[in-house]
Design a protein around this ligand. Sequence first.
Ligand SMILES: *Cc1c(COP(=O)(O)O)cnc(C)c1O
Length: 399
Amino acid sequence: MDQPFYDRISDSLRGIEADGLLKAERVLAGPQQAMVSVRGQHVLNLCANNYLGLAADPRVVTASVEATNRWGAGLASVRFICGTQEIHKTLEATTADYLGFEDSILFAAAFDANGAVFEPLLGAEDAIVSDSLNHASLIDGIRLSKARRYRFANNDMADLDRVLAQARAEGARTILIATDGVFSMDGTIADLGAIADLAEQHGALTLVDDCHATGLLGPGGRGSLAYRGVEGRIDILTGTFGKALSGSMGGFVAARRPVIDLLRQRARPYLFSNALAPGICGAALAAIEIARGTEGDALRERLERNTHRFRAGLAALGFDLLPGEHPIVPVMLYDAPKAKRMAEELLALGIYVTAFSFPVVPRGLARIRTQMSAHFTDDQIDHAVNAFAQAGRKLEIIQ
Ligand SMILES: *Cc1c(COP(=O)(O)O)cnc(C)c1O
């Protein structure tokens, strides 16, 4: 036994706790929905990615159960050995068709999709130009490729222009711009129109991770590409079924067919990991069907209304909100222990939120990241605003 090793681990944990950065996991006694039961308390949940409220939708749950009954609990195999069923092919074709790409490929999670996508497509002669606030999984995926790495300031198009010119001047063969469609900690929607323009000017490709947009943003819920009017101008899309599209799990890459074909041959998290469970595929298919239709339109309209109502309520109270239109509404507290106390006060008042601090957001930029859902009623939103008022006054965050 290496005692100094275990001592260092314990020291790290004590340090995290002393800095007020310890993340505790609260246990939900029941499914993910607007009202959840936490520690015997019935609370309004403002911190799930359940944007359309489909995570416990009976149709989605039933589709998952039926898929499990028909296709079994799982494949006990990677896709290429004996792990592909009709339901996987159907979900890949449906995802591609919904989002306007030639084909798509499934992964166990969007984290895996992002981890998988760069290494097989780009080599040491190539360059990846990455937004500085990109999701951790994009950052890790980019690190796993041999391509040269460049970074531009978050959603800063002048900086992107500069970095693209630099990558070109330094001899890059292919340049790929990688960005989140929505930056999950801020709710900022990427300036994809300008990114597509710059990509064309510099002869670069584009990849968008649309996890916080697929199903909820833009016409048909087709995501930030539809929202920004750049459908058909983005080369590669990555996304998740773990948020608006059922909340179950699973990720995908959508692109032109040869790109998907090569990923099937070379992507390591695809070749060396189990096929997606049929129940997950069933839930995702049911959610896509709802999201792409008229009911999805109604849910998105409701989500937008809820977001406006909540933002207006908090702004009127004097809270410091990051501006934006996305249902992510970040309430800035800056100080990590204060954000944590605010979350505790709100929970006592029946509002479930989570404080975000380092390393999930930069030091000194702690916040309560709230998220709206299409399923919230006006009364629930007003109750949340009142609880923010009460807790905010108690902690002297507002007057
Ligand atoms: C949530 C998220 C992921 C990870 O998705 P999973 O399917 O849960 O692994 C990746 N990228 C972004 C931008 C996300 O918000």
